[in-house]
Design a binder for this molecule. Sequence first.
Ligand SMILES: Nc1nc2c(ncn2[C@@H]2O[C@H](COP(=O)(O)OP(=O)(O)OP(=O)(O)O)[C@@H](O)[C@H]2O)c(=O)[nH]1
Ligand SMILES: [Mg+2]
Length: 391
Amino acid sequence: MPANLPAEAKNKYRQASLARKPEEKIRLLQEFMSMFPKHKGTENLRAQVKRKISLLKKEIEEKKQKKSGTGGPKVFIEKEGDAQIVILGPTNVGRSSLLSILTNSKVLISSYPYTTTEPTPGMFNYKDLQLQMVETPAIMEGSSEGGSWGLQTLTSARNADGIVLMVDLSQNPVEQFALISAELEKAKIVTRKPNARIEIEKKHMGAKLKFIVLGRLVDCSVKDLTRLLKSYGIRDATVKIWGEATFDDVEEAIFEGKVYRPAIILANKADNPKAAERLEQLKEVVGDEMKILVVSCTAKLGLDELGSEIFYMLNIIRIYTKDPNKRDASMRPFTIRKDSTVFDLAKRIHSDFYEQFSYAKVWSKRLRFSPQKVGGTFPLQDGDTVEIHTK
Ligand SMILES: Nc1nc2c(ncn2[C@@H]2O[C@H](COP(=O)(O)OP(=O)(O)OP(=O)(O)O)[C@@H](O)[C@H]2O)c(=O)[nH]1
Ligand SMILES: [Mg+2]
């Protein structure tokens, strides 16, 4: 990645990230790009900066449209519900058909290609969760460069909590999968779980650099990382690191480069006479890298499992909360990351619950006695009911 960039280039990047106006940012980013040589080693960096520039251009465009009242297509859909899942695939694989089965969204289904031209949402109720499904315009070769709705499609994928990769068993699903994978890779969206997760939260001036390493630094020390962040002008931030992180991983995170989005493959049109044969070919290529769910939207096959597969993919759990003064727990659960503790839940509800935490009561089928009085580090599981008591 951007290793060994000249100091003046880093300085330019810092100016760009500090600039407020998108026009100004674009100018500085363009200057930044001209400050390092074009070769294989900087290819990724150039692609990232180009993507940033095209997003900024879109932002300027949208502001103009808002001012003139002409509207224009949305780049991505604001999140609603418990999680947002993007349906990604080449044209005609049945994305609209899926959206219309799962949600009450009125989308146009047609045998003509490229019917859907802007990100379109619908709410899918699965158990007591609300999963916001978003159909994006068809992905095609070159989408990651931003043309032909590529910006909308890939920005939506980047913005989502998970992705459904849809292919079509009436065509060549191996080619379709390869196409989607290639465009995702170019857009720096990875679907394979990375070894490390890094969050850099910029703080107010004077807050200084704080590192919370919950995993392990593989090839560097906190001192090295402090130097790295400072060289990009980041002096006040909290950096959280989970898992096994390398120096390069942290540098990627500074550029908001790669993002990880969990994904499953949905192989549609299982009613096609050649579906079984083509599915085998797809399985051979995918291996155990990703779950493949086989469905038919028109013949209504295999769709019952979709909700639980998406839930599993998202790696979240549902926690019901209870007010000590009420008899029943909440109907709508909180959704939090798997492997969370009572403290994590407390933080999610309100910082007061965390800061004033005294103890909690947990009701769960897995416990021998319910409720059980627990402390903040108690690990939670899907379906638990929690009552938090403060000091
Ligand atoms: N045989 C068969 N046809 C299907 C199935 N699902 C969808 N179709 C058909 O495939 C065509 C395309 O469906 P859409 O849902 O519009 O596909 P899309 O992916 O939204 O396509 P665009 O938005 O145009 O890119 C329509 O004629 C659907 O009726 C299926 O399971 N089996
Ligand atoms: Mg469509």
